[in-house]
Design a protein around this ligand. Structure first.
Ligand code: ZN
Length: 137
């Protein structure tokens, strides 16, 4: 896994792209503790580049006046995704971090030395880290 160098420049926050919104929705539409609140936060989130290695990692911030924090007990958030190449092999992953219960980083990591951009939705396979699945009631 690549160690992402954090951004040096103080970039301004911008609106999320359609791709970022779709990917965040896929990750937070999974059934884990805090997911539904994180999903709701997407609408009130802003983004900026989160890494200078050439990958698609973004930092996130939310308007905390407009939406409640999620109770997220694990970092990264349990809703993750594998990133696939055109032959369907896993080449990396998407992981999501929350700070104080708010979306804070969408990281794309590569299993090789090639940095990955944010993948198209058809090239990800979402999953939940096993120990953290929401308990059925
Ligand atoms: Zn990076």
């Amino acid at each position: 896994m690549i160690n992402h160098p954090s951004t040096q420049r103080d970039l301004p926050w911008r609106n999320l792209t359609e791709l970022e919104i779709v990917l965040l929705k896929i990750l937070t539409s999974q059934d884990f503790c805090g997911a539904s609140i994180l999903l709701k936060q997407i609408e009130f989130a802003m983004a900026k580049a989160g890494c200078e290695c050439g990958c698609g990692t973004i930092n996130l911030t939310c308007d905390r006046e407009k939406v409640a924090p999620a109770s997220v007990e694990h970092q990264p958030v349990p809703g993750e995704a594998h990133v696939l190449d055109e032959s369907g092999s896993i080449v990396g992953g998407l992981i999501l971090f929350a700070r104080d219960g708010y979306l804070s980083c969408l990281e794309v990591f590569s299993d090789s030395r090639t940095e990955l951009p944010l993948p198209q939705p058809s090239f990800i396979r979402p999953f939940i880290q096993e120990p953290y699945k929401a308990q059925d009631s």
